[in-house]
Design a protein around this ligand. Sequence first.
Ligand code: HEC
Length: 142
Amino acid sequence: MKYRQSTLGIVVRFAMIFALIISFAATSMAAGNVKKGKRKYDEFCTPCHGKNGQGDGTRMLVEKFDPAPRNHTDGKYMNKRTDVQLFKVVREGGKSQNFSHIMPQWKHILKEKDVWNIVAYIRSLAVNPAWSGQPDPPDVKK
Ligand code: HEC
């Protein structure tokens, strides 16, 4: 009985380790890690792009950038952009991709992997292509 129990214990432990390895492998195979991307985005991008990615960060409110930092929740626009296009804007800066020079270049600060994680996070902000990112107009009350 004792022998059977410990055998079962070993099998269970192996199964758990196996499951762990598989889940690590699956995570590292994905293009970007949304959670890690959010962490970097919160640190570097929210001053301009806003804490929810709507282009209304505190720096934007003070400096009134024109054009305004992109609203990353605007699915109508954002979902037309490819991952590679977003990656390039972030790495090389707005100017290099014919956008505003106000959008900084991040390649000296963020690793390639960080940028892919950020792209994955940005993707998670604009999931509905039909949604403009703007709240619905309030109902007209009589
Ligand atoms: C100093 C303010 C500022 C900061 C900081 C900033 N951005 Fe921007 N960003 C902008 C502005 C302004 C634009 C709009 C450029 C335009 O429309 O020409 C923009 C545009 C973008 C776009 C849209 C590109 C496209 O395809 O239309 C992406 C993606 C982006 N920023 C990502 C980031 C990320 C990621 C960070 C942080 C690592 C970041 N930005 C930090 C100002 C900023």
